[in-house]
Design a protein around this ligand. Structure first.
Ligand code: SAH
Length: 269
């Protein structure tokens, strides 16, 4: 029986608070799973719901495959329809899951993500960036655009910079709302992220994150105005601070972090 048929007979009712929008198009489901690179050592599916993606992985890659789903009803459904998952099916919150329990090998994260927490999912990925070499995920279209946006674009923001510092990000394709049950109010898109070769940003990482966040929190202001409290007189006239955050590339944010990090006032703070 195909998942589509199963879903109609299922008692699993979508729960809005959990971002449950079940994909009903088998071709799209397959196309998403096909994006996974075969060389990864561990694959984690986030939020399997009724298993529309799961069904294309469970038999082929079971030994390296784990599902994390928060919803008890979905867990029961998955247990009965994919008994072969066994203890590869974990009831839990992906945002609170210690990913190191799955070993230190290269890991891929895949899912039709709950959109209400997709930023947090990406921050969780960042936390495990030493392990997570790939992410294939469906998110809200605007989120996908923001993740892949380059400097100069008006959607370029905090997540673009923080994720692109460590990942190459491709916007793969757009997905229409009517292939979900229930249809979300927004369009969706599938993105693929691959870990780049960077092992060290070449600057103080914590300061980098805080500078990126502070700059974009007031994105229409110049960098000088947004960052003024951390700028010492010796650097405050530097022309880079005339720019607005969306004009700066990832590398320029790194250079700026070093400029601020080595300036006198910052050392004194
Ligand atoms: N992959 C399925 C379901 C997508 S809906 C499909 O494409 O049809 C998003 C799923 O994520 C839901 O099943 C929801 O219960 C689950 N979910 C929501 N928050 C979660 C969290 N914090 N951790 C793990 N799963 C979560």
């Amino acid at each position: 029986m195909k998942t589509e048929d199963r879903r109609q007979k299922s008692e699993v009712r979508p729960k809005k608070a959990l971002g449950q929008h079940f994909l009903t198009d088998q071709n799209i489901a397959k196309k998403i799973v096909d994006q996974l690179s075969p060389d990864v050592e561990t694959v984690i599916e986030v939020g399997a719901g009724t298993g529309v993606l799961t069904q294309y992985m469970v038999d082929d890659i079971l030994d390296k495959f784990h599902v994390i789903e928060i919803d008890r009803e979905s867990i029961e459904y998955l247990k009965s329809h994919f008994p072969q998952l066994g203890d590869h099916l974990i009831q839990g919150d992906f945002l609170r899951t210690d990913l190191s329990q799955f070993g230190q090998g290269n890991m891929a994260i895949i899912g039709n993500f709950p959109y209400n927490i997709s930023s947090q999912i990406f921050f969780q990925v960042l936390k495990y960036k030493e392990q997570v070499v790939e992410v294939v995920g469906m998110v809200q279209k605007e989120m996908a655009e923001r993740m892949a946006a380059k400097e100069g674009s008006k959607t370029y923001g905090i997540l673009s910079v923080l994720m692109q510092a460590w990942y190459d990000i491709d916007y793969l394709f757009t997905v229409h709302e009517n292939v979900f049950n229930p249809p979300p109010k927004v369009k969706s898109a599938v993105i693929k992220m691959r870990r780049n070769a960077v092992t060290d940003l070449g600057c103080d990482e914590k300061l980098f994150v805080s500078i990126v966040k502070q700059s974009f929190n007031q994105r229409r202001k110049t960098m000088r105005n947004s960052l003024r409290p951390m700028l010492n007189p010796d650097i405050i006239d530097n022309e880079i601070f005339n720019k607005r955050p969306e004009q700066l590339s990832v590398q320029e944010f790194i250079d700026l972090t070093n400029l601020i990090g080595t300036s006198a006032s910052h050392d004194e703070q």
